[in-house]
Design a protein around this ligand. Structure first.
Ligand SMILES: [Zn+2]
Length: 482
């Protein structure tokens, strides 16, 4: 790894002293630790039903102290969201939205080195649930908004009402509840009831801009697309009977075969975004890895996946495999009422993740096809929840600026557009036509297993990674809105 070079003096962040960046970094760490200690777990546990509201109010207090007038809403009991606006002079066009979510998934403490809600700082990391998903980005965004507000105050302006010097667009900050359960009580509610919180020329959100070291090269995948999902219930019908006389139409036996067929990997389909990602990564990675990536890009899944299996961390291969096909994961299986009663029905819930271009209808047809005529005839198939895939153009000034700013701060970087295999609140902002990019800039150490920290044990974020990310985010905001 080459040593970090100082960023270009032409960057807006260069006008701020290193000492001031160190102070801002210390505040990011304190904000992050305070947020981790607030158990904004989703679904809200009985003992702490209002964690998101407490978190929203804590952020509002920080923003108020910076001279802003944040707004906290609680459209459902305990489900708090918070927003604030910094003004530009309006000459630059639509606003830039800094979007994040306040909730985290549960964190049973088993297997953790540090208590998931203690926010310990140890070994160069802040530890805890939300450290990467995504309270670190909340803290970075709060800090950038705070710096801009301070710049307004230093110019004798009131940041709650006056334009910030040099800003030509508004900067919106919004941190919402409920992302981890689909967002209907957070970002989904905002779209319906407070679209002014989100209306923007572009948004920065989670899942992207994070250094991923492969074969010694630092790739920075920037999220420009997300797979959609279709949750489907499959009821397998068999025949009830006495367990002493087994029968082939035992619903559990039929369900086992249904699961086997559904879980088989489908054929690949490489979308334009993934083609660009694979080709872009192939140009900078060693030839044997590049061959695998190019085979995958060409739709030769067998050759591509075999090569990557041999060469890559399984964590990356698993992600890539999911990003070039529609996937089906049978995740809930229920059958049986008593040990000696043959079950007459079994219920499966399957998690289908669809690429841009695959409709819900097409996914249901695929399920029927995978089941085959014999099993499909014994199954009732019912969609229960869905969200379409989303895609933002890479041909926008904001996207180009994201790539450029990463390069300006890390000249060895390889920024690339990517799709992510899961859904975020971008599925809500897309309803307001806000191009939403996964961009929470972190320069991680080469051995960091970032993908495994999401919803995993020992979730943590490096102090150095945060220190790098703060001026990157500031520069993106200043340049896009300047
Ligand atoms: Zn998240």
């Amino acid at each position: 790894m080459t040593a970090a070079r100082p960023p270009s003096p032409a960057l807006p962040s260069a006008a701020i002293s290193a000492a001031a960046w160190d102070r801002a970094h210390a505040e990011v760490v304190e904000t992050l630790r305070a947020l981790i200690r607030i158990r904004s777990v989703n679904p809200p546990p009985p003992g702490a039903p209002d964690g998101e509201l407490v978190a929203a109010r804590a952020i509002a207090a920080v923003l108020e102290a910076a001279g802003l007038q944040p707004e906290v809403v609680e459209p459902f009991p305990g489900r708090g969201s918070v927003a604030a606006r910094l003004r530009g002079d309006g000459s630059g066009g639509g606003a830039l939205l800094l979007l994040s979510h306040l909730d985290v998934v549960p964190a049973p403490p088993d297997g953790w080195t540090h208590d998931p809600f203690a926010a310990d700082v140890a070994d160069g990391y802040v530890w805890g649930r939300g450290a990467v998903d995504m309270k670190q980005m909340v803290a970075l965004e709060v800090a950038v908004v705070g710096i801009l507000a301070a710049e307004a105050r230093a110019a004798g302006r009131d940041p709650a009402i006056d334009p910030v010097p040099g800003l030509t667009r508004d900067v919106l900050f919004a941190s919402t509840a409920d992302e981890e359960a689909g967002g209907s009580e957070g970002a989904g509610w905002v779209v319906e009831h407070r679209p002014d919180w989100f209306r923007a020329a572009g948004a920065l959100n989670e899942c992207g801009g994070v250094a991923t070291t492969v074969a010694g090269r630092r790739l920075y995948p920037i999220g420009v697309a997300e797979k959609g999902f279709e949750v489907v219930r499959v009821r397998v019908r068999g025949t009830w009977g006495h367990g002493s006389m087994p029968r082939p139409d035992n619903a559990a036996v039929l369900a086992a075969e249904a699961i086997r067929r559904l879980a088989e990997s489908g054929g690949p389909r490489v979308t334009p975004v993934m083609s660009r990602f694979l080709e872009g990564a192939a140009t900078v990675l060693p030839s044997e890895v590049a061959r695998g990536l190019r085979a995958l890009a060409a739709g030769d899944a067998a050759a591509g996946e075999a090569a990557l299996d041999a060469l890559c961390d399984p964590m990356y291969t698993r992600a890539l495999r999911a990003l070039v096909r529609d996937t089906i994961s049978p995740d809930i299986v229920h059958a049986g009422v008593k040990y000696n009663v043959i079950p007459g029905e079994a219920d499966l819930e399957i998690d289908c993740r669809v690429l841009p271009g695959t409709t819900g209808q097409a996914m249901l047809a695929e399920i029927v096809e995978r089941l085959g005529p014999d099993l499909a005839a014994t199954c009732d198939i019912e969609p229960v929840m869905s969200a379409p895939p989303v895609e933002a153009s890479t041909d926008t000034p904001l996207y180009r600026l994201l790539e450029q700013t990463i390069l300006d701060h890390d000249p060895d970087a390889v920024p690339l557009p990517v799709m992510v295999p899961f859904a975020t609140d971008a599925k809500h902002t897309v309803k307001l036509d806000v191009p939403t990019y996964g961009f929470s800039p972190l320069r991680l150490a080469p051995d960091e297993r970032f993908l495994e920290r999401f919803h995993g044990v020992d979730e943590r974020v490096g102090l150095d990674a945060l220190r790098w990310g703060l001026p990157v985010l500031y520069d993106v905001v200043r340049r896009f809105c300047g």
